[in-house]
Design a protein around this ligand. Structure first.
Ligand code: GLC
Length: 635
């Protein structure tokens, strides 16, 4: 491996210069190895030199307060794994008026225990439909209706003052058709044409299509779009106005390096690497999660570690559990890529348990996940801005006597209320007649039955089920992230289709504007918003008090003694943590002998402070939808 390239003279003071050199020495091997994997040894040095120059310049421009944050995080590398972390995700304009106004609502988030705020895409997008901001026209400008880059930096400061982190999307699989690179490509500039995957005829697109799935079969079928100006077919995995960029071109990588460093210097703490799985294309494959994706991430991560180590990466990879761990670093990429990833499987299994009132599939699926690296942190969630894809693996379903297609069908029916007894009010998203696949949109409240509840008993049951679901998400380990509105039990937005560009995409039904009037009732526990909000506050407080929930500790699934009771175990040096969840509306029994054999007979529930509900028969009787977080107090 060649030595690190020389740094430009930036007039840094001696201490800063020494710091930069030390970091370069430390991370250059990762940077160089990733580039070599992508572009070969010759080109690796050239691109490496260019990238390191960008890194050094950004380091020199980095504000002092952010250098300080870098230092703090180098001293606390497990900051994301802290059990006190609770996340919240929202569209700026649906949560507040604009970026400045977000600052006025931070005490609300503080009340909820939030330490991590993900604001949905807010950089300048194309006009008209823009996939909720995922069609960026300018990475260097904030959407004018939301404010400016200076407002973003000011908000980051306000968040940091309150010990909160700012999370932003980095859309790096595609740009809007109106982005400058695409405009230049369409204008005939070859340099920019090579930023995209363009094909003069259908030969290669047809060959790729043979193994490519469709992400939006409903409103954006196919993966290529004819462009008259290009006189070619351009790769468009998502919508036809979202052009996939060509990461096989090192110039594209250098562009994104600069974008990342500029966002980092505005105070962004976590970058959510949007649609990361799709970034590398290979004929004959589904073009998802190719090894090069991880090499790209390794390069980008090494650059941030040199310039701005306070910044972490979150992989947005909604893929099969067996494939997910590569995004958290496996083999040569261990510890070198993203530290955060969505626990999609947990999300699906929570909904599956509630619908089927049976934990066996969840125990099988969650119990057979390969162990994640100790530096990794799950992002656990009940719901996000996207639809729920019913990612139940065929093997897992068969292992518990069901079938994958059958159970997926059941869940897709249940959550739109098309199954007898279902109180759910979701909406079917992207029915694919070729595969039979149906996904579901809906807020947590609408999916769990709060929207449909007519009697106090039905409301009570839905609230209990929702508390249980949140307890699983908060008690798994990792950062639980609440989607805006779910903390108040907001139902689907009845007017979702009336906004321009939204009518075809019912994911907008579960992205309601935060109802601030509803929020006023959050302290009144006789109301639905009051109940849901206080349940979450309680769970957040309990979490923060439990070192057992530090994300480096793995979660295992305990034995299933009752098909309605899920037990999760986390063995921390301080002792055992057990999450015990009755996913049914009936009282269920946890056998006393099992409680003893797990060493939990004297355990106390950290959420309520109560001891176990023992029955006279020597078994533990779990009330409907009981959720207990057990630890054994030290003697
Ligand atoms: C991610 C986003 C989703 C978006 C897609 C394309 O999956 O979560 O909302 O449609 O990327 O950018």
């Amino acid at each position: 491996m060649p030595p690190p390239p020389p740094l430009p003279d930036l007039g840094l003071g001696a201490e800063r210069a020494e710091m930069l050199h030390a970091r370069l020495d430390r991370w250059w091997p990762d940077l160089h190895a990733g580039l070599t994997e992508l572009y070969g040894a010759d080109r690796a040095l050239q691109t490496g030199t260019e990238v390191v120059t960008h890194a050094a310049r950004a380091f020199a421009r980095r504000p002092d307060r952010l250098h300080r944050r870098d230092l703090e995080r180098m001293l606390r590398p497990d900051w994301l794994q802290d059990p006190a972390m609770v996340g919240y995700a929202a569209y700026t304009e649906r949560f507040a008026d604009d970026l400045q106004d977000v600052s006025t609502h931070l005490s609300y988030l503080e009340e909820l225990g939030v330490r991590y705020l993900h604001l949905m895409p807010l950089l300048e997008t194309r006009e008209g439909d823009n996939d909720g901001g995922y069609a960026v026209v300018d990475y260097r400008r904030v959407r004018p209706d939301l404010g400016t880059m200076d407002d973003l930096a000011a908000l980051a400061d306000d968040l940091h003052d309150r010990d909160m982190s700012l999370v932003l999307d980095l859309v790096l699989n595609h740009v809007a058709r109106e982005h400058d690179w695409a405009v230049r490509a369409r204008g005939g500039m070859l340099r920019y044409r090579s930023y995209f995957h363009v094909f003069a005829d259908r030969r290669l697109p047809d060959a790729y299509e043979r193994t490519l799935p469709e992400v939006f079969p409903d409103f954006a079928p196919g993966n290529f779009t004819w462009d008259e100006n290009l006189r070619g077919w351009v790769w468009t995995t998502f919508n036809e106005w979202q052009w996939d960029v060509n990461w096989g071109n090192p110039d594209v990588l250098a562009e994104y390096v600069q974008i990342i460093l500029e966002l980092a210097n505005r105070g962004v703490d976590v970058l959510r690497l949007d649609a990361i799985a799709f970034m590398w294309k290979r004929l004959g494959t589904d073009c998802q999660g190719q090894p090069e994706v991880h090499a790209i991430t390794q390069v980008l991560r090494a650059v941030t570690r040199i310039t701005c180590p306070a910044v972490a990466f979150k992989a947005e990879a909604i893929v099969a559990p067996s494939k997910l761990l590569a995004y958290l670093g496996q083999g040569p990429h261990t510890g070198k890529v993203s530290d955060l990833a969505y626990h999609n499987s947990l999300m699906v299994q929570v909904w599956s348990m509630l619908a089927s009132r049976d934990v066996r599939l969840a125990a099988q699926a969650l119990g057979s996940l390969p162990p994640e690296p100790p530096t990794a942190t799950w992002l656990t969630y009940l719901r996000c801005h996207d639809d729920i894809g019913w990612a139940v693996m065929d093997d897992d379903a068969e292992a518990v006597g069901s079938t994958g297609p059958g159970h997926r069908h059941f869940l897709a029916d249940w959550y739109v209320g098309d199954f007898w007894g279902s109180p759910a009010r979701g909406l079917t998203f992207q029915f694919n007649p070729d595969t039979g696949d149906r996904r579901t949109s809906g807020t947590a409240a609408s999916l769990v039955g709060l929207e449909a509840a007519e009697t106090p008993e039905e409301t009570e049951e839905a609230l209990a089920a929702l508390r249980l679901a949140h307890a699983v998400v908060y008690g798994w380990g990792g950062i639980p992230v609440i989607w805006s509105g779910d903390e108040l039990g907001q139902p689907n937005d009845p007017d979702w289709a009336s906004e321009p560009g939204h009518a075809d995409d019912n994911r907008w039904a579960h992205r309601p504007r935060l109802d601030w009037q509803r929020a006023e009732a959050r302290h009144d526990t006789s109301t639905v918003p009051g109940r849901v909000f206080s349940d979450l506050v309680e769970l957040g407080r309990a979490r923060a008090s439990l070192p057992h929930l530090h994300a480096s500790v793995p979660t295992t699934v305990g034995p299933v003694d009752d098909t309605g009771v899920l037990v999760t175990l986390r063995d921390h040096p301080l002792g055992r943590f057990a999450g015990v969840y009755n996913v049914t509306p009936q009282t269920r029994v946890w056998p006393g002998w099992r409680v003893h054999s797990l060493g939990l007979a004297d355990a106390v529930d950290a959420i309520t402070g109560r001891t176990l509900p023992w029955g006279d028969d020597g078994d533990v009787h779990l009330p409907p939808y009981a959720a207990l977080w057990l630890t054994v107090p030290p003697r």
